[in-house]
Design a protein around this ligand. Structure first.
Ligand SMILES: [Zn+2]
Length: 474
């Protein structure tokens, strides 16, 4: 999954005074550009839909390129519990092996695409009118190509980072996340990393070609499903009684619909409102600044929550009914009624306490149970070095647009790395117009040609600046 958070979160931003467009000049040579395009094109042309043999084929294609660039075979490893869950782990050896490594993350699998749904062949890389097309071109093969293109370039140029870099290219991010979990369990060096940079999250939001914000995902809400159920002995519908499974469940759901979890801010959500505030209309600016400075009275919170559903979900755990079923015959009193309630919990909200709140809200005539394992994922601390690098590169590439830390409401492999104790930052510098919906997971997926090459140049400088040494410019 690649939630293009910018589209939702920065939606209300106004274009502030900017003089450069985000796609001005990139310090990329024609040869580098051609190679980046060839790498992206090769990866897009391999159908690596999750849980198919294609995931292995793309792993082999990536490995081939890296070995050809000079990586030792031992440093390019295809590993995993089964063929369709085979990830690629690539070690780029640094000067000081005693320092903790930095992980660079992408996923190789894509959401399936039906050719009949598309206006072009989904697994044929294409270019038209300033766009690159193909399934996965945004999610996440642009990020995968950025990691591979820069590894190849650095190796060829003889760049030796100060510490080890480890590329972690997973196989089933779009489905179960089993491959990243397997890696974290079986490769302790990954758990020992200083932090991870994930190309599968973070984005640059544009309005008419001008950058409005550079989002950096530092946290993800935690996903949990609950089953709400009412049971009843039932009977003949010609003799209805006061007790009724459908009415009892609906009454509980109505109470849930009117309920809101308390607001609780964390470092990431506070920084999100602080950094977004400057480019909003004055009333929203005031509300964001108030919340960011700890003013959490009910009028302020309700005012900000009413601006936009995303702002509400940044401030609190949310739970919403998504499925409903009940009864077994048209002429029988229902013996059972069930609803599925999907919660997106703040990272430090324990699942048991959310479940206890749900039970209290729906009342004693409805039982609440959990359906699946919940993976807690603490917010990553906003490291000064990463923020400084992002801000500096925003000046270089995105006319100095604000860097906006973000807690996303979906889930990526970063959920599991954070759970394993590795702070993780979604930092893909892939720009898109904020009012143009992302086509990731959808039909005719595409990214801007310039946006792609700029994102590779951004990634190149971001990693070199953070890890060092920064090579002298030619
Ligand atoms: Zn993704």
């Amino acid at each position: 999954m690649r939630p293009r958070a910018s589209a939702q979160t920065l939606l209300l931003m106004f274009a502030t005074a900017t003089s450069l467009t985000a796609q001005s000049t990139t310090p990329t040579t024609a040869a580098q550009r051609a190679e980046e395009r060839a790498i992206l094109g090769e990866f897009v042309s391999i159908n690596s839909s999750s849980n198919t043999a294609g995931v292995q084929r793309i792993g082999l294609a990536v490995a081939r390129r890296l070995r050809a660039a000079g990586f030792a075979a031992a440093d390019v490893q295809l590993v995993g519990p089964s063929p369709t869950l085979t990830s690629l782990v690539v070690r780029y050896r640094g000067r000081n092996a005693a320092q903790k490594p930095v992980l660079l993350m992408a996923h190789m699998d894509v959401v399936p695409a039906l050719a009949s749904d598309w206006s072009r062949a989904p697994f044929t890389f294409g270019e038209a009118d300033g766009w690159y097309y193909g399934r996965g071109v945004e999610d996440n093969k642009a990020g995968l190509a950025a990691i591979v293109a820069t590894f190849v370039r650095w190796k060829r140029a003889g760049w030796v980072p100060e510490r080890n870099l480890i590329a972690v290219l997973t196989a089933d991010e779009e489905t179960d996340g089993l491959s990243i979990r397997w890696l974290l369990k079986h490769r302790p060096e990954l758990r020992n990393a200083e932090y991870a940079l994930n190309t599968d999250a973070g984005a640059v939001s544009l309005q008419d070609g001008k950058a409005l914000g550079v989002s950096m995902q530092a946290s993800e809400k935690v996903y949990a499903d609950f089953i709400l159920e009412s049971r009843n002995p039932g009977g003949h519908s010609s003799v209805p009684r006061a007790d009724n499974a459908i009415y009892e469940l609906s009454a509980g759901l109505s109470r849930l619909g009117a309920f809101t979890f308390p607001v609780r801010m964390n470092e990431v959500s506070t920084a999100f409102f602080r950094e977004s505030a400057g480019s909003q209309e004055p009333r929203v600016t005031a509300l964001m600044r108030a919340v960011a400075t700890g003013q959490l009275d009910s009028a302020t919170v309700a005012g900000l929550a009413a601006v936009n559903a995303y702002f509400n979900s940044v401030m609190r755990t949310t739970c919403v009914a998504t499925r409903l079923a009940g009864g077994h015959a048209d002429n029988a009193l229902p013996q059972k009624a069930t609803a599925l309630v999907n919660c997106r919990m703040l990272p430090d909200d324990p699942v048991d306490s959310v479940m206890a709140v749900l039970q209290r809200v729906v009342g004693p005539k409805v039982t609440v149970s959990r359906t699946r394992e919940v993976v807690p994922s603490p917010a990553s601390p906003l490291r000064a070095d990463i923020l400084a690098a992002m801000n500096a590169l925003s000046k270089t590439f995105f006319n100095g647009a604000a860097v906006v830390p973000e807690m996303s409401t979906g889930a990526t492999d970063g959920l599991f790395t954070r759970n394993a104790g590795v702070p993780t930052y979604g930092v893909a510098g892939l720009a898109a117009e904020q009012n143009e919906p992302s086509r990731a997971h959808g039909r005719d997926e595409r990214i801007g040609v310039e946006a792609f090459h700029t994102s590779v140049a951004f990634w190149n400088q971001l990693v070199q600046r953070l890890v060092g040494p920064v090579p002298a410019l030619p």
